[in-house]
Ligand binder design. Structure first.
Ligand code: ATP
Ligand code: MG
Length: 247
């Protein structure tokens, strides 16, 4: 049997030792999947992905990447293990240029590879390549997300986790960001996407997991969930909005 790209076993995590937010999550993500992680505000979605990324303490259980136990690997070393995490905020250095941001991300690569990998990102993200000397803080919301994703992808990680990359973006730009994620996934990267933008996320995902109060409440094919207004209404608080958004 092929190892899961990412797996959590009985994961319990939270900010305070006696206050678990993630309360026993068994999550298995197969290689090549695009999984969307949904759930109401405060469900623990960010806490779960941060615990996987090593920036929130794990109280119990384990995290496995390609079959290797990475639970205790320090957050900054997880990228070297093959796990890239794009947090919701502070995912770029606003006071540095695009190029400096990419150079920092490339620093864990062998020196001889760095320039080539940065160039590959400039080819892939034309907006970034157009003016590498621009300050990251001067970029539009969509371009910032592109830079955050480019930073994450520079080392060719097998697994990419993103926490609400669409937050604060206009619907058109959300469409562009999601199309980019779909393309990255089609290129072989396993993607785990935390989203509030339920409809758009379900339409690019293969599978969905709904987290409620720190536990998995529902999981299944994304397409099935897209057509299930009851699930959307019960667990995501979006039943009405979803209906209203229908063309
Ligand atoms: N830094 C923190 N310190 C202490 N508690 C926190 C911290 N961040 C979040 N929490 C608490 O953890 C719980 C889960 O929050 P979390 O951010 O994981 O939810 P979420 O599902 O990502 O919600 P949202 O959809 O709003 O992003 C909430 O009760 C929240 O108040
Ligand atoms: Mg969150």
């Amino acid at each position: 049997m092929t190892a899961a790209a990412l797996e959590t076993r009985g994961l319990v995590a939270g900010y305070e030792p006696d206050l678990p937010i993630v309360r026993g999550v068994d999550l298995t993500v197969a290689p090549g999947e695009l999984l969307v992680l949904l759930g109401p505000n405060g469900a623990g979605k960010s806490t779960l992905v941060k615990a996987i990324a090593g920036v929130v303490p794990v109280h119990a259980g384990s995290v496995h990447l390609g079959g290797r136990d990475i639970t205790r690997v320090a957050a900054h070393r997880k990228i070297g293990e093959g796990l890239a995490f794009v947090p919701q905020t502070e995912n770029i250095f606003a006071r540095m240029t695009i190029h400096e941001n990419l150079q920092l991300a490339a620093a864990i690569l062998p020196k001889a590879l760095r320039a080539e990998k940065i160039d590959a990102m400039y080819r892939r993200f034309a907006d970034l390549g157009a003016k590498p000397s621009r300050l990251a803080g001067a970029l539009s919301g969509g371009q910032r997300q592109m830079l955050a994703v480019a930073r994450a992808l520079i080392v060719d990680p097998p697994v990419l986790i993103l926490d609400e990359p669409s937050a604060g973006l206009s619907p058109k730009i959300v469409g562009e960001v999601f199309a980019m994620l779909k393309e990255i996934n089609a290129g072989g990267v396993t993607v785990i996407l935390v989203e509030q933008n339920v409809k758009a996320a379900l339409s690019i995902a293969s599978r969905a997991v709904i987290l409620v109060e720190g536990r998995i409440r529902h999981e299944g094919a994304a397409a099935a969930l897209l057509g299930d207004p009851l699930v959307a209404k019960l667990y995501l608080g979006t039943g009405h909005t979803q209906t209203a958004e229908q063309p």
